[in-house]
Design a protein around this ligand. Sequence first.
Ligand code: ADP
Ligand code: MG
Length: 574
Amino acid sequence: MMDAEFRRPIQILPPEVASKIAAGEVVERPASVVKELVENALDAGATDIRVEIRQGGRRLIQVADNGCGIPADEVELAFARHATSKLRDVQDLERIASLGFRGEALASIAAVAHVTLLTRPPEEMVARRVRVEGGRLVENRPAAAPAGTLVTVEHLFYNVPARQKFLRQPATETAYIHEVVTRYALAYPERRFELVSEGRSLFLSPGSGELRDVLAAVLGVEEAEALLPVEAEGEHGARLVGFLSPPSLHRASRADIAFFVNRRWIQDRSLSAAVSQAYHTFLPVGRFPVAFLFLEMPPSEVDVNVHPTKREVRFRHGQAVFSLVQAAVRKVLTAQAPVAAPFAPAWIPPHGHGAPTPAAPPAGPQPSSMPSTAALWPDTASLPPLRVVGQVALTYIVAEGPDGLYLIDQHAAHERVLYEELTAERADAPPSQALLHPLPVRLTPRQAAALGEHVEHLRRYGFDLEPFGGDTWLLRGVPPMLHRGDPARALGDILDELAEGTARPLEDSREARVVASICKQVAVKAGQALSLEEMRELVHRLERTRSPRTCPHGRPTMILIQAALLARQFGREG
Ligand code: ADP
Ligand code: MG
């Protein structure tokens, strides 16, 4: 029963209240504004889209495009609710080809911020400048501007204190925005995107039309090159293309699993589950793949008008889409490791860890060669004594233990060793080794941004750096373990690696990330020949670490091929 105190006569809400409520559904946080404005720029046919933010978008969001612009006599209308140029009648709702169609975004954003629109269609001579504050038009006058549209959003949520309270740190809001921009850059590789935060470029896609180029800009060249292409046809005119991580590359979160339907970035739990199931037994427990999957289907096969943010969609044949995704991903994964299939996914519990955890049977077809004993061993388990036998592929150390054959990734193992030594010894070890000649190092905007964020920890671990004017820094000293080799290049690589992490600021502590990337530089690489003595020394140091079984990035340092499994494979059992 409702408390009678709340019972007052029904009345229609004043427009300011109604519009704030409606705005709340579209504009949840700064990233929602960026998403809507980027979608508008894409719908306008822009080939060049530049997003600039300050204070995680709270102070300023600015989206500039070179699209078709808005004619002078329509600019005010663009801010009216349910005002759109993309939809005419109910039939149009069945075949939406544009990203926008609800005519709500500009009205919603303008209800909760100060918005300035500067726009000029290429065929007009004079631009128009319109300013709306909290839903009130305060200016509409001619102006000079290049063809295209520039939308400036300031003081977001200035009149919605409840929303302000839910905003996170600027760095976190920036990460959400970074995610939006990179996702759309992936969906539209033929268009150029740039994201600038506090005057520094965080992301730039070249607009070359090559998805691989955008992947490299988003993930870094090394990871992008490791990705596996996927391509499949489904029922009802559906098609899937995209890229997936091999089992060796995985993440602590689902942040890099993204779906697109007809180039719209969407959220879909069921498709996420399809990918997880396909990766089942290929990844350690609690780790997630990288997957960028693009579905194409006739617009009539998908209802995009389910939610005000348009991020949820409903498929007419949901089960068929699920199967298409799951089967296609599974096929790529099983095909990439036909020889290693019995072992590749086998994270077999080490000696003394009791019965293997039974893995939940994945839905869908299962290759018969998949071991049923796959499971992750606890990260903290210490190593049994290992006898080094040799090296294979100049990448793995082969060792024998009481429970079977160990294959140790020399690079990952060395990273783990260095990581623990560096964090343990920092207190007493000389923090920095001075360079004979200070080196000027020129940084890219991405590297400079990463340096800005991490300079304190880089200094603590031995990088003696000072500004040298413009984008150049003077490197005077380096961590002692980096002294050999090319210190300037190592610094650049470390900064590149740190810059890649901008979308996941919460995953690891900053300090841990700085240390991990220093270790990655110093560690022996795959492809490097090691003597028996060097391998023994490395394995011995690995045995003394606290988490010998994973590298600082969370990847496994070793796999165990159990003696029992070998016996079974050779038909020796029973
Ligand atoms: P919707 O995108 O759903 O149509 P919006 O409120 O986002 O609604 O935008 C309203 C209208 O303003 C659009 O239909 C479009 O005609 C115009 N518009 C908005 N942004 C741009 C832009 N960047 N370039 C050209 N036209 C734009
Ligand atoms: Mg729109």
